[in-house]
Design a binder for this molecule. Structure first.
Ligand SMILES: [Fe+2]
Ligand SMILES: [Fe+2]
Length: 188
């Protein structure tokens, strides 16, 4: 599918605000790809599709994961809306949009939690999801943006630290992979 068609599909299935977010993520992915030397088209595809399963309700996401025999961890079952859309997004990207590039699929899968030793494309999507222009209420957002354009690893360290603090302060559960991501990038 051409990138224009992917955008149109996202516009059709996502809410207006989530579509705007997705376009914002796509734009920032392209910027970061240009600056940091990644394939711009791959960054664009991963950016526009990263939330392609997020229009489903929590119940629908669990049902879809069971239908596709995707393993659901305890924390994913408790926070499906936050976590499962990434795994399900990989299945949809393949089945509905014909994406077979492993790097793009991994960037979609790990955009919420990150993971240790991410590829450049994975880092770009993870960061872009956090700093895209429609995100306004995030502490230190200007600083996060400034660093993202200079140093991807440092940006991941700062962003993941803020995510962990936010989840901790809200008494939310934390996916162990987010903690592993932080530990990896803080010790680089
Ligand atoms: Fe997401
Ligand atoms: Fe997102």
């Amino acid at each position: 599918m051409e990138i224009e068609e992917l955008r149109k599909s996202m516009k059709d299935i996502l809410s207006d605000s989530r579509y705007r977010h997705s376009v914002g993520v796509e734009d920032v992915c392209c910027d970061l790809a240009l600056i940091h030397g990644e394939d711009v088209l791959k960054a664009s595809i991963a950016g526009i599709l990263h939330d392609c399963a997020k229009y489903l309700t929590s119940e629908e996401q669990i049902a879809e994961c069971e239908r596709y025999r995707i393993n659901i961890s305890d924390i994913e079952r408790k926070l499906p809306q936050m976590l499962l859309h990434a795994k399900l997004g990989v299945v949809y990207a393949k089945e509905r949009y014909g994406i077979m590039d492993e790097n793009i699929l991994n960037a979609i899968e790990y955009h919420t939690t990150g993971r240790p030793a991410m590829s450049k494309l994975e880092k770009i999507v993870y960061i872009a999801d956090y700093i895209e222009p429609n995100r306004r209420m995030i502490p230190n957002i200007d600083y996060c943006r400034e660093i993202a354009y200079q140093d991807l690893d440092k940006a991941i360290k700062i962003i993941t630290k803020q995510i962990l603090e936010y989840l901790f302060n809200k008494d939310n559960m934390i996916d162990p992979l987010t903690k592993e991501t932080y530990d990896y990038y803080v010790n680089m």
